[in-house]
Every structure is written in structure tokens, then in C-alpha cells.
Design a protein around this ligand. Structure first.
Ligand SMILES: [Mn+2]
Length: 409
């Protein structure tokens, strides 16, 4: 029997507005090591987006390597397989390969031999139980960039998804050769699947801007389990055995209601025997006032007054987002809000305003441009200049540019 834990989308180095999340991440990592130890887990699968950015801060790198060292030390037979996601720099994740323990496999980018044929040995890996016997094989396919894909048919969107299918088929062919009777065949991927629930505030668009979702036919029935990353909401797609584990901490206000979890699997005799969701303790709360919609300033200030007062020794105060509706620009909004919050046990993230009139600017005094997603700014600029909505291919091109820019950071 093989015990497997599936997690993804850690986004180490994440900041929420200007608040550093490293303490929340560290609590998750400490909790995870304990879970791995107490549950006698054999294999940990991390399905991409280890880091928030291609060039993460030193503190995030330290968290990653400390975790790998601590987990392999505390769990002397644990095997770890991690793939790169669209936020990660493939090269940065791959760089320390020769220094890592033999029980840690990191596949940052699509591995090729001499820059040519796929390096199947790096992507199709045996998984062992505590006695050292092979019980499963995993096809660990990192996030695929457009340049990774074989050219299929004519240029355009169809050829992108065809390229993804062709590449997966190739890898699965090798996987099924390796996985003999009694071995379970598992897969990992970092991609966007059809009919899945999105978290648009923190997931960056992939493969030409999410216009190319992949269907569950990508994953043959013979796969006992598919561990996916990219979407931050934990969910099954198509079959119960094709899952996103979701992120371990909320990466935006939109994710405040998610049940963050790890997926714990038991694999036996080549098949998935059991699947459990283990909730991850939330170390910092997130509050949006009002929870739904917007409130005029006076009733909103009244709601703020009802918040608990701060205990001076308190750390990890909840994050707060305020949503106020205003009939016109209110220059004293910020100071009124700050006065109301002075003794309150919260950390203010943002004040979102909705004007009951028309004539919005790209950003106003309470909503700095750098707090908006690049796509929001682009959409607003487009709408200000043109009457027609943005054509899909323009938006897809924009997302490709964003991806390129992020990789070069
Ligand atoms: Mn992600």
C-alpha cells in the first residue's frame, strides 16, 4: 500500500497588497511535515507554482529548501515529486538538481536531452513504499509553455491544444510501459481544465489566455489518479480521480471562503483505494465588509465600529477589505476609514469604491493602479478608447506578453 499526499499552488513569496505571507506559509509547511510524519506518507506530489514569481525572494527560497530538508529528514523513506507551474521559473527550480536528495525529484521545465527529444527518465518516475518496493509510477509533466509544444496542424488555437494532447500521449505511452501489473499509474500536471471553477484574482491566465481549456479526455481511464495544479479552488474535474488540490492559503480575498486542503490517497494493487480531503488550519482570517456587494459610507463606518478592538500583544490580525458605494468622489474617505480602524484588530488591505454615478477613471484615489490586475487595467484602457469589447485574440496576445514579461523578471 502506498500513501500519497497531493498539494499544489503554494506561491511561496506571495504578498497580499504589501503584507508578507511568509508566516502563514511557514505554519502550513510545519503542519504539512507533521501530517506527512503522522500519516506515514510515502509520496508527496507538489503540482506546480511552488513560488509566486519567477524570481522569488531569498526568504521564499529558504522556506522551500528547508521544507525539502526537514520533510526528508523527518520521514526517512518519503519521496517528493514537484513540477514547475506557470508562476515558477523552470530553470530556477531545476538548477539545484544535482544537490537534492535522491528522494526529491523536481521537474521545473519540460526536460529534453540535448535540447531535442523528451527526457522520459526525468518525467516518468517509480514510487516506492516504506519497504522500498515499487508500487506506482508517476508521469510528472510540468507546466507547458507554447514553445514546449510540438507543432500540430496550422498555426492557431487548435494546434496549441493538439500539441498538448500529443505530448501527453507520448509521456503516457512510456508511463504505461513502465507501470506493470500491480503498479498504479499516476500523473501530475499544471494546466487549465474545461468546466473548472476559477479564482480570477490570483490565477494568471495560461496557454494563450485560458481560451484553450483542456478536456478530461487528455487523461486516459487507466490513470489511477491525476494530481493537478493551477486552479486555487480544490475540485475534481470530470472524474473524482482527476483533481486540483487547490492552494494551501487564500491568495486573494476571493479565496476567503475556500476550504483549503491537501488530498490524501491510498493506492493499492494498482488502483486508487481511498481518497480523503484534509482541511488545512487557517492561521489568518480574511474579512470583507460587507461580505457581498457595497455599503454607503455611514453604515460601513458603523460596521467597522462593531469590529473587535486590538489587543496590543496580538499578531496575525485578520485581513480586511472594505467596499463602499459613493455618490461622488470623497477626498476624506481614506482618513475617515483609517480613523475608524485605529484601535481595531484588523489589517486593512484595500478600500474598494463603487460610484453610483458614471464616468469612472482607470483608477481613483483609493484604488492605486498597482493594486489592479494587469488584465483589469488593459480592459479599462481598451474600453475607454473603443466602444467594442476586446477581441479574444487581442486578449490572448496580451496574456502571452504578460507571461513573457513575468519569465524575464
Ligand atoms: Mn497557482
Amino acid at each position: 500500500m502506498l500513501r500519497v499526499v497531493h498539494t499544489a499552488d503554494w506561491h511561496l513569496g506571495h504578498t497580499l497588497y504589501d503584507y508578507d505571507r511568509s508566516a502563514e506559509h511557514q505554519r502550513f509547511l510545519d503542519w504539512l511535515v507533521l501530517e506527512l510524519e503522522q500519516r506515514a506518507v510515502d509520496v508527496l506530489l507538489i503540482a506546480g507554482d511552488v513560488f509566486e514569481t519567477a524570481n522569488p525572494p531569498v526568504s521564499a527560497l529558504r522556506q522551500w529548501y528547508s521544507f525539502l530538508a526537514k520533510a526528508t529528514e523527518r520521514c526517512p523513506t518519503l519521496e517528493i515529486v514537484a513540477i514547475g507551474g506557470n508562476h515558477d521559473s523552470a530553470a530556477r527550480l531545476d538548477a539545484p538538481e544535482s544537490l537534492l536528495s535522491e528522494r526529491v525529484h523536481v521537474i521545473g521545465g519540460l526536460p529534453r536531452r540535448n535540447g531535442r527529444e523528451l527526457d522520459m527518465e526525468r518525467m516518468v518516475l517509480p514510487l516506492h513504499n516504506a519497504q522500498g518496493a515499487c508500487e506506482a509510477w508517476v508521469a510528472a509533466i510540468p507546466y507547458l509553455r507554447v514553445s514546449d509544444l510540438p507543432r500540430v496542424g496550422k498555426a492557431g488555437e487548435q494546434s496549441l491544444t493538439d500539441g498538448v494532447h500529443q505530448l501527453h500521449q507520448q509521456v503516457f505511452e512510456r508511463l504505461f510501459q513502465k507501470a506493470q501489473a500491480g503498479h498504479a499509474a499516476l500523473a501530475m500536471g499544471h494546466l487549465y481544465m474545461q468546466n473548472a471553477a476559477l479564482s480570477p484574482d490570483s490565477e494568471r491566465k495560461v496557454l494563450g489566455g485560458n481560451q484553450n481549456p483542456l478536456c478530461q479526455e487528455l487523461f486516459p481511464e487507466r490513470l489511477a489518479y491525476v494530481a493537478l495544479g493551477h486552479l486555487h479552488y480544490a475540485q475534481a474535474v470530470g472524474r473524482e480521480s482527476i483533481r486540483y488540490s487547490g492552494s494551501p492559503i487564500p491568495l486573494s480575498m476571493t479565496e476567503r471562503g475556500y476550504m483549503h486542503q491537501i488530498v490524501v490517497l491510498q493506492v493499492q494493487d494498482g488502483a486508487l483505494k481511498r481518497l480523503d480531503h484534509v482541511p488545512i488550519p487557517r492561521s489568518v482570517q480574511m474579512i470583507r465588509l460587507p461580505d457581498d456587494g457595497y455599503l454607503p459610507l455611514v453604515p460601513l463606518l458603523k460596521r467597522i465600529a462593531e469590529l473587535p478592538d486590538r489587543d496590543l500583544a496580538a499578531t496575525d490580525l485578520p485581513y480586511l477589505e472594505l467596499r463602499v458605494s459613493l455618490p461622488s468622489a470623497e477626498p476624506t474617505l481614506r482618513s475617515q476609514v483609517e480613523d475608524a480602524l485605529e484601535s481595531k484588530a484588523v489589517r486593512l488591505l484595500a478600500v474598494r469604491t463603487e460610484y453610483t454615478g458614471g464616468g469612472k477613471a482607470l483608477a481613483d484615489h483609493s484604488e492605486a493602479l498597482d493594486l489592479l490586475q494587469p488584465e483589469q487595467v488593459f480592459c479599462r484602457a481598451w474600453q475607454r478608447a473603443f466602444e467594442a469589447p476586446i477581441p479574444e485574440e487581442v486578449l490572448a496576445g496580451f496574456h502571452e506578453l504578460i507571461e513573457l514579461a513575468e519569465q524575464d523578471k
